[in-house]
Design a protein around this ligand. Structure first.
Ligand code: SF4
Length: 104
């Protein structure tokens, strides 16, 4: 009970692995959302129940809901991502709100 991840934002995040440089900046900013897989590229993780580890979504371009408490970290990751390949979009209509395709 009381897991911070139970509170979701209305946003989801996905990574364009074709552009990922594997530097791991996103995994430093938001380790509960981003993780490098054994291929050296970053993938997203869905929120996990308290005390459990989420499975990495290793399908290229897979999207995961963004927990509200981690939204700032995810947005910072998208901003700092050297590959410009972290996309944050509204789950309801798919419009990108942070990332390389977001309206300025
Ligand atoms: S910050 Fe961007 S380029 Fe770096 S590992 Fe994460 S997704 Fe890949």
């Amino acid at each position: 009970m009381g897991a911070q991840h139970e509170q979701l934002s209305e946003l989801e995040v996905w990574i364009d692995q074709d552009l990922c440089t594997g530097d791991g900046i996103c995994a430093q900013y938001a380790p509960d959302v981003f993780e490098l897989d054994i291929d050296g590229l970053a993938y997203v993780k869905p929120p996990a129940p308290a005390g459990e580890e989420a499975d990495l979504l290793t399908e290229p371009g897979a999207a995961a809901p963004v927990p509200l408490p981690l939204l700032n970290d995810v947005v910072d990751s998208a901003r700092e991502c050297p590959g410009e390949c972290i996309h944050v979009r509204r789950a309801s209509d798919g419009v990108e709100v942070h990332g390389p395709d977001a309206a300025a």
